[in-house]
Design a protein around this ligand. Structure first.
Ligand SMILES: Cc1cc2nc3c(=O)[nH]c(=O)nc-3n(C[C@H](O)[C@H](O)[C@H](O)COP(=O)(O)OP(=O)(O)OC[C@H]3O[C@@H](n4cnc5c(N)ncnc54)[C@H](O)[C@@H]3O)c2cc1C
Length: 320
């Protein structure tokens, strides 16, 4: 099998690693969409030192990418070549209070856990993480935000490893934040970060967290197989509004649907493939472009290769 051949080829170079290596890993078991092909190999490092050793061992011509808990990912059906790195909760999943208003969290810590730790310590400004289903690494990369707050407003410093296993410390400015975007070099793997909030009464924090959860329950299909907001909000309007105006609420292709509840959320109704999801997304982009002249930009990250004969063109190839 393809993945085992890659592992065999690296042989002794990776034999001493303490983390888990899985050949031909099923990405549909990882992504929230529960769709997509195989990763040639998956590596779950035991800790940062193990990750650094792995990065030093794997030649640079072997493709490598990192994923978090997959709540913002669409993996294509042809799968992902090379290694996918996923940080383990054991080695990277701790969050601790390190000052009156400061928190340090490993990159595999669920955002919800960061919110809980902040609440327990009476540190305000993290309630928005209570509603975001990702982990810290994904939040740092995506500048995750909700309820009028973004990750960039809380980040002080980020620790990361580069493709050669060297450690880097990035300041908030180094992260180059914009709306749902960081321009930090794409090869970096974030391993932990420190965050700063403000002192706040616990009852107020709790009320804010409850409000976040209640709001989500009523307006978002959070119990479905979804990837959250499919498209970024265009300047001056909302993605969902434009999708609705273009008649795409509830639109279905194969097993993929634009949620009738929140039409900027794509859902896998049960049998959707990566192809169905991406084809639906590009259909929506094409229809919105035709209807209002707006070019929606994907917020969801699309990874991997198309299955042969099932490529999907941007805007379905509509002349731009
Ligand atoms: C129901 C639902 C609701 C959502 N609501 C919101 C919301 O309100 N606001 C919001 O912003 N998002 C929302 N999302 C999207 C998603 O939860 C966020 O983008 C989240 O930050 C992604 O984190 P993740 O761990 O799942 O990352 P993944 O989806 O696994 O990866 C996302 C990106 O982060 C990169 N990445 C992950 N870990 C690391 C790391 N350690 N180092 C470097 N790069 C890394 C990946 O390479 C990829 O590019 C929602 C998703 C769902 C399913």
């Amino acid at each position: 099998m393809r993945g085992q051949a890659l592992i065999d080829k690296l042989g002794d170079r990776i034999a001493g690693l303490r983390g888990r290596i899985t050949p031909n890993a099923e990405m549909d078991k990882i992504t929230w969409f529960r769709a997509g092909g195989l990763a040639e190999a998956l590596f779950q490092p035991a800790d940062e030192e193990d990750l650094a050793e792995f990065l030093r061992a794997v030649p640079e011509d072997v493709p490598l990418m990192v994923v978090g808990v997959g709540s913002n990912l669409l993996v294509r059906d042809g799968g992902i070549a090379g290694f996918v790195v996923r940080l383990s909760a054991k080695g990277f999943g701790e969050a601790e209070v390190i000052g009156p208003t400061s928190i340090k969290a490993g990159a595999a810590t669920p955002d919800k856990r960061v919110a809980a730790v902040a609440y327990e310590a009476g540190i305000g400004g993290f309630h928005f993480y209570h509603g975001i289903p990702g982990a810290v690494g994904g939040a740092l990369r995506m500048n995750a935000g909700a309820n009028g707050v973004e990750t960039r407003e809380r980040v002080v410093e980020v620790r990361a490893l580069d493709r050669k296993g060297n450690v880097h410390t990035l300041s908030n400015a180094d992260m180059g934040y914009a709306y749902r975007h960081s321009s930090a070099p794409s090869g970096l793997i974030f391993t932990s970060a420190t965050f700063e909030g403000t002192l706040q009464d616990q009852a107020e924090i709790k009320a804010a967290m409850d409000a976040v959860q209640n709001h989500r329950e009523t307006v978002q299909p959070i119990r479905e197989k979804t990837g959250g907001s499919t498209f970024k909000n265009p300047e001056g309007t909302s993605a969902w509004r434009e999708i609705d105006k273009a008649g795409c609420r509830g639109l279905m292709i194969g097993g993929a649907q634009m949620s009738p509840m929140h039409c900027n959320f794509m859902i896998n109704t049960g049998t959707a493939t990566g192809y169905d999801l991406e084809y639906l997304g590009e259909t929506v982009r094409a229809r919105v472009l035709e209807h209002s002249g707006i070019r929606l930009q994907w917020e969801i990250k699309r990874l991997g290769d198309f299955r042969q004969g099932h490529a999907v063109q941007e805007f379905l190839g509509q002349l731009l």
